[in-house]
Design a binder for this molecule. Structure first.
Ligand SMILES: [Zn+2]
Length: 133
């Protein structure tokens, strides 16, 4: 199988995963949401290999500079990191599970003392979900 064929299959598989999981996502509304504005769901992809990395809730407008751990909805292993962090585990980089590209580096957003990833702009892309109104 050539690399293009493999990439196509991976893309189809990752899109399917996104669509299937979509129905189970519950938007988080709390003080962070209130202070930032209307939330939207983003599917974040690795720019290097185009594979789906995670579904993220971005609150309010503006550029995607940071991804807060407590706003990751999927996949489960990344969603769980916020709880592992609370239990004392070190915040680690956000890495593409397919090609190992580092997409985000760990940081604490000091204003809110909130663990996050500083997103490396050139390494990731995203698409927005259509949310039911
Ligand atoms: Zn990748």
């Amino acid at each position: 199988m050539d690399s293009h064929a493999r990439e196509r299959i991976q893309n189809i598989a990752s899109k399917k995963l996104v669509m299937e999981k979509d129905k189970s996502i519950k938007i988080i509304h709390n003080t962070y949401t209130k202070s930032r504005g209307a939330p939207e769901l983003l599917d974040i992809f690795c720019k290097n290999c185009n594979i789906y990395v995670m579904t993220y809730q971005k609150d309010g407008l503006g550029e995607l500079l940071r991804c807060y751990l407590d706003r990751i909805h999927l996949p489960e292993n990344l969603q769980k990191r916020q709880f592992e962090y609370q239990k004392g585990r070190k915040n680690i980089s956000l890495v593409c599970h397919n090609c190992n590209t580092v997409i985000g580096t760990p940081m604490i957003y000091k204003t809110e003392n909130r663990p996050a990833y500083h997103m490396i702009k050139e390494k990731s892309s995203f698409t927005k979900h259509k949310l039911p109104r």
